[in-house]
Design a protein around this ligand. Sequence first.
Ligand code: BGC
Ligand code: ZN
Length: 370
Amino acid sequence: MRAIALTPRVAESTRLIDVSEPSLPDIPNERGVLVRVLRVGLDGTDRDIYLGTYGVALQGYDYLIPGHEGLGVVERIGSAVTELSVGDIVVAIVRRPGGSRYDQIGLADFTTETVYFEHGISRLHGFLTELYVDTPEYLVRVPGGLADHGVLLEPASVVEKGIAQAYEIQRRLKVWGPRRAAVLGAGPLGLLATLFLRLRGLEVLTFGIEEPPYRNSDMAEAVGARYVSTKTTTLTAAVAEAGPMDLIFEATGFSPLVFEAMQVLGKDGVLVLSSVTGGNRSTEVPADAINLSFVLGNKVAVGTVNASRANFEEGVRDLAVADAEWPGWLDRFITHRVDSLDEYGTAYRLLCDARDAIKIVIEVGRDASG
Ligand code: BGC
Ligand code: ZN
């Protein structure tokens, strides 16, 4: 069968290869699930891997099959699989257990190991292939009505984890009732954060660089958020006008902004940091003022990455509710589709160059079960 492969740390080494088909007996104890990949979304992590600045091959391989936002259909199951049926639509959890205590309790997303295992990213092959086998523990069922938009579940799970962390931490305050949130970044994660915070009834300010109107500002406003361009207004000025922020979700990839966010965060506020910044930027900050505002204002900052099964399941529910609340919004989120694995070159080119792209999806296969 066909798959996309690349050599980690070698820029633009993507190629189409032929690999042997996986089969149920690859998984012990009749617990195998054979999944046919239907579609795969690409994101900034895929761009970094494509450009050779991120990603690790499996031990014993000189290539990595990329793609971690995979949606597929169950084609066959082992006799000991009761959780899933043939024809079910599934999304695979990305990170798999390593050796830390979190890995042992189903929370590999909190691993403390420096070596981590993520499908399509680090030490495990991804989903830009026709078939894969897995066990039901790592497959999340998506309702058939979400077969198309379900391809957004992995990024959705990452945002769900960040928001869930914020609420979990703020239980310490007994009566925390967030009303206003800022989302920094209007890319895929920023827009999903905007969507999910609006679903929770918060007033949301979404910050992006571009001046409105453009697709992403329209998307933010379509779910009732206010879009602010940092070309015309600073974060500090916009927050001074809107009022204190109970929650800030940072998803710009530009780390200096984190310190401005720390300053403008309201009393009792929580700042969620989700940008994986592999660079080495440094910046000067008003250290005393930031520190004092944290100490006197009960403020919290938390880093978040990846997601556990529970976050994927929250993502399924929120995507379904969002689709009912704002029909067509998730359709508009998927801005580009390429028709087959063969067109991977077009997909990666769009990923690097298309300024108007939100989500690029590669259509890999078709559900033969009808
Ligand atoms: C993925 C996460 C992953 C992170 C770091 C993101 O693009 O969506 O699942 O943990 O990259 O590798
Ligand atoms: Zn990702």
